[in-house]
Write a protein that binds this ligand. Sequence first.
Ligand code: NAD
Ligand code: UDX
Length: 492
Amino acid sequence: MPPPSTSAKVVNVTCIGAGYVGGPTCSIIALKGGDRVRVHVVDINQQRIDAWNSDILPIYEPGLDEIVKKQRGVNLFFSTDVAGAIEEADVIFVSVNTPTKTYGIGKGCAADLKYLESAARKIAEVATSDKIVVEKSTVPVKSCEALNRILRANSDGQKFTVLSNPEFLAEGTAIKDLMNPDRVLIGGPQTPRGLSAIKTLSSLYEFWVPIDRILTTNTWSSELSKLAANAFLAQRISSINAISSICEATGADVQEVARAIGQDSRIGPKFLGASVGFGGSCFQKDILNMVYLSKSLGLNEVGEYWEQVIKMNDYQELRFSARIVKELFNTVSGKSIAILGFAFKKDTGDTRESASIYVCKHLLDEGAQLNIYDPKVSREQIIRDLTHPSISADPSRVERQVRIVDSSYEALKDTHAFAVCTEWDEFKALDYEKVFQSMLKPAFAFDGRLILDHASLQRVGFQVHAVGKKFVNSFDDDTNSPSPQKASRGGF
Ligand code: NAD
Ligand code: UDX
């Protein structure tokens, strides 16, 4: 354990949980705070901590490597010494996972708060001085109250002040988001001690965030704002995905519709990207959390309203897979399909709730042979996801039907079709003439991310299908005459 700081000016920050939030957030606090802070990130997972201390960090996030390597050992430390880090801290961020419960009451809906509770119990057990405890994890409203009670009930006279400070970073852009946040939200008790703790926490962010972007609220507003923000973002995606299904059935183009509605300043252009479905560790979990909360409060209609956002997302993933089956002459059994991308979005290796997993599951159920390629997801992770009990009960089938390869070209060779499931830039830059030559004919392209040049693909000879678009492919008209889309865009 690194020696605690003795300088009065230095704030000792500890973060419990060295994951996608704890690691990047603390790296930025260390970078921006310089010699005014000393940051210690701890975790019970030794392997994860070893990775944070190695050349290959446990998570891929653009820009993160440089910052960690600059600050590590200077004012940023990673260890498994949870007790020591609690003891030395002035401010303790609790940034542990809060997944959807997989057992008992609220199974499949409520947040599992056991990791949060065990962190709180550990703080109460080992702390010998006053602490500001910051709830960084995303939690149901009123969780701060539970934290407070656990801490107070186990305190030996030390004073704990619990604040809510939810994190709004998105994976793949975490460093950018942390460096230049739209806002930092701090909720806390409106008492003299609460207000003083809010001031101390705010001062950490003031190292680099303009004060007018640091919002302070009461605790419950802060907790609920995090759930609400994710619910609103996910709801926009489900809304545009609902529109995409109408586009596919009618010939309207979802990107044209998104542009037209996004120009309305009341709607705005962001998060209107139709896709194969949203994934990630947050959206589904946090909406389910809100559904459970609403229903527990007797607000059934509210719960059902938000539930629909998830149902639409499941429908979108299924619709994409079903379209592949339908276009491939109603059967993919024994056919070879390349899956381009397995992460839930580009610029991350995270696969939690990735739409790719569900597309693969549907296609495996239909008997397809899959060649899967992702630039940042390991073979082991893909197998773990596809053989998870909720996805496939039969690992031997995954072994028979799945091949994980090291490049797009290898994945595409000798396949009947390919499906873009993650919007990695490298998929846009492939030589699709070469790809076409290497595939079986007719060669099908399914763009689940709207990143490809569809007109050029058609010119090359592909049968092209994309979310929210209805193309006329050479098969669809007997004359083979070019469709308007075929003629409209430039080549690769
Ligand atoms: P994660 O699973 O990547 O990391 C959590 C870490 O906490 C794990 O390494 C785990 O070993 C550790 N941990 C669990 N219990 C512990 C304990 N008692 N003591 C020490 N370590 C413990 O999770 P994450 O993606 O970083 O998310 C953390 C929280 O932040 C969640 O509540 C999540 O909803 C929220 N959040 C996540 C994101 C995101 O993009 N991933 C964004 C905003 C908010
Ligand atoms: C989200 C929130 O954006 C972030 O503020 C919060 O802190 C954590 O949850 P994250 O899940 O990391 O972040 O990524 P995000 O960029 O929101 O994307 C989530 C999913 O939605 C991805 O699968 C992405 O591909 C998909 N998406 C996003 C769309 O399908 N269309 C869009 O227009 C935007």
